[in-house]
Structures are given as structure tokens and as C-alpha cells.
Design a protein around this ligand. Sequence first.
Ligand SMILES: Nc1nc2c(ncn2[C@@H]2O[C@H](COP(=O)(O)OP(=O)(O)OP(=O)(O)O)[C@@H](O)[C@H]2O)c(=O)[nH]1
Ligand SMILES: [Mg+2]
Length: 428
Amino acid sequence: MRVSGDLALSIAKKITKQNNFTPRYANLHKLYFKDGQIIDEAIVIYFKSPKSFTGEDIVEFQSHGGIAIANIILEECINNGARIANGGEFSKRALLNNKMPIEKIETIAKMIESKNKKSIQILTKNLSGHLQNFLNEIRQSLVLLLAHSEVSIDYGEEDLPSNLISDISNKIDEIIHKFNQVLKNTSYSKKIIEGNSISIIGKPNVGKSSLLNTILGTNRAIISPTAGTTRDTIEELIEIKNHLVKIIDTAGIRDTNNDIESIGIEKSLESIKKADTILALFDISKPLDEDDFKVLNAIKDKNKQSIIILNKQDLGKNINIKEFENFPHQVTISAKNKEIDNLINSLVKILNQNTLTNDLSLSSKRQEDLIEKTKENLLLAKENIKNEDLEIFSYNITESLELISQVTSNYDYSELLDTMFEGFCLGK
Ligand SMILES: Nc1nc2c(ncn2[C@@H]2O[C@H](COP(=O)(O)OP(=O)(O)OP(=O)(O)O)[C@@H](O)[C@H]2O)c(=O)[nH]1
Ligand SMILES: [Mg+2]
């Protein structure tokens, strides 16, 4: 347990009935109730302000495990003047006391949420000043552009070197290109951090939910011989050979008059659009029908990877596979008999194409928004320099500088703070 703030030390003194705490020393102390009765023994460490995580006085209690002991110590802290921290309050205080820059806090928040090793690998890069360096470089280029422009304004347009406009334009293009790369890498990293979404689609009864269950190794979805069993999409996160994936089971696609089923089918079609990879299921034991063609149509022109899955191989083959000629990935499985190895291999091959790059990625929506807005201003600047509108150009560059400064500097973000920190776990 961690207590932060002006009262931290006095609370520690009251609970331990000790007066001497050497900062940063771990000592075993008895902990007492107010009436003198012993609660437990615990290691108590005092971090004197400003040398602590929050920058304030902090006392940490390392008690024996178990919820009951922890709750009792917590209660005693509260009885002596502490209160329960709000979500992310420790990090918020660290930020306000200049112990940690905002972009680092955003990265840590993402790391806490992370569910696999690859995500951590991506995010730790952001802790080592990658982003700071990148933005400094951009900032220097912008300052240089601004200087060029200001000088030209001062000296009058007759002194403008003939190639100045094209030089400035090219420089802006270079910066925008760098931003685009970072944004692209960010959306790519996000997939790794949040999980590639993989949608299982097909007409009713082909075994979509059976496949979901077999992949998960649990009875997550209801399975039945009645067509139209799954009415709503079901999402589950799972790690497949070190790849985090979000598997989505959907309602079977077919013509229906049932209102509820129709809503489910709308969601299935929506899920095709959102998915990174599609698993399209067909029953190998029956000839393709109209509904199967509807499914094929829905994935035909999509610019994303699809695997054609011929399920129910245990029932024998009665399908014309010519219809699948244009799809490079095809596997035959039995979801019911848990024979899905070739599907997993095929899927892993697709997922392996997402190899990690060393490029920078952003770790929050706030950072992305600021980069997008900076980009917009630079596009305006480019337009204005073409029209030799130097003053407006300078204004656009100044705006851009201000915007990218906000990515890393403790700018005025008071209203942003609460929304940002409430997503944090307690005690972080
Ligand atoms: N023989 C055989 N039957 C299977 C196989 N996979 C699924 N089934 C059966 O097919 C029926 C339908 O399976 P579900 O998994 O509910 O099918 P679904 O595609 O989710 O169906 P909807 O939710 O209605 O769209 C069930 O009776 C399953 O037991 C398989 O590989 N072989
Ligand atoms: Mg189903």
C-alpha cells in the first residue's frame, strides 16, 4: 500500500508508533490499531519529497498477503487522515509535480493495459525518448522554415531567392511524410497492442460458433443444429503463437424476416468491414447455396486477408470448390472434432506478416490528434507559401509549432487530465 501527500509520514508514525524514518530504508515495523493492539508486521519504506514517484512524501507498507490484512491497514490509514486514491491519481500527481512528462505517463497507461509481450516491446521504445527526439527534429525544421519566412518578410519580396518557395514546399512535404509514417506505424502497433481482429463469418449452421469454441478451448458460444442460433456478435481475446487476436463470432448471414436476426446480420456485415482478417466458413458436405454466395460476395472486393474454411470434413465432401479459386488461403477442418491445425497454421502465417518494425509509434489518441492537427496546419502553410503569402505562412508554422509542442510539454491540459487519468488502475 502506498500513501502519498503531506500526511503520509505522520500516518506512518501513528500506525507504527515509531518516530524515526530514514528515507529509502526498508525496515520491519509492527503496525498498531489506535488502541495499541497489534495488527501485523510489515516492511515500511519512507520516500521523502521530492524524491518519490509522485514528488510528494510517500510511505509504502509491504504487508503479508491477503485481502483482510491489506484492508485493515488501509482502514487504519484512513482513520488517521488518508483517503482512497482516485484512479490514476498517483500518476496525475507525478505529472503535476513535474516528476514525469505527459507522453511517458500515456505510455505507462498503455503498458498497464497491455495483454502480451509484443505490446510491451513496442511501448518500451517510447519510454526511451524516441518520441522526444523525433519531435525535436521536426521542431528544429519548423523553426528554420519560420526563420526563412520572417527574414523574407523583413527584407521585402524582391529579395526572395527564386528557389525558396520550392525548397520550403519540399521541406514541408518531408515533414508530412514523416508524420504519415508515424501515424501508419501507430495504427499498425495498435493492432498488435489491442489484438488483430478476426471475424468468423458464414451462413447459419456452418459451424462458426463451434469454431470459436474450438479455438478458445471453451464452450463460450451456444451451438445448436438450429440455423440462426447466434444472434449477436461475440468477441474474445486470445493469444495464438504470441499474437494477440480478437476473435469475433457473428450471426449467420441469410435472408430473414426476423427483426432481431436482421440486426444481428447487419452487425455481421459491419464486422467484415472492421476485421483485419476474415475467416469465411462453408459446409463442405453440402453444395453451395444462395446464402453462401451472399457470404462470398460480402468478402470478394474487400482489401483484406480472408481464409476460406471448409468445415465439417468428417461428413464428406459435396461442394464445388471452383467458386473459391480467387482466394489464396483455403483450409479444410472439422470444428466439431477439433481438427483445426491447418487453419491455425494458415492464420499464423498471415499474422507473422505483421513483423515488428523499429519505427516510432504514438501511445495515445491525444498524441495522434495533435499530429493530425499539425499536419493540417502544414498543408495550409504549403498552400500559402505557393501563393507567396508569407505572413499567413508564418502564422501556420507558428500554429504547427505550438501544436507539436503540446505532445510533450506540460501545456494547458487541465480539462483533459480527468478523462485521461480515470482510465488508469487504482494505485498507479
Ligand atoms: N459433423 C459436424 N458437425 C459440425 C461441425 N461443426 C459444427 N457442427 C454442427 O453444426 C451445427 C451448427 O453449429 P454452430 O456452431 O452452432 O453453427 P453456426 O455457424 O454458429 O450457426 P448460427 O449461429 O446459427 O449462424 C451444430 O449442430 C454443430 O454441432 C463439424 O465439424 N462437423
Ligand atoms: Mg453461431
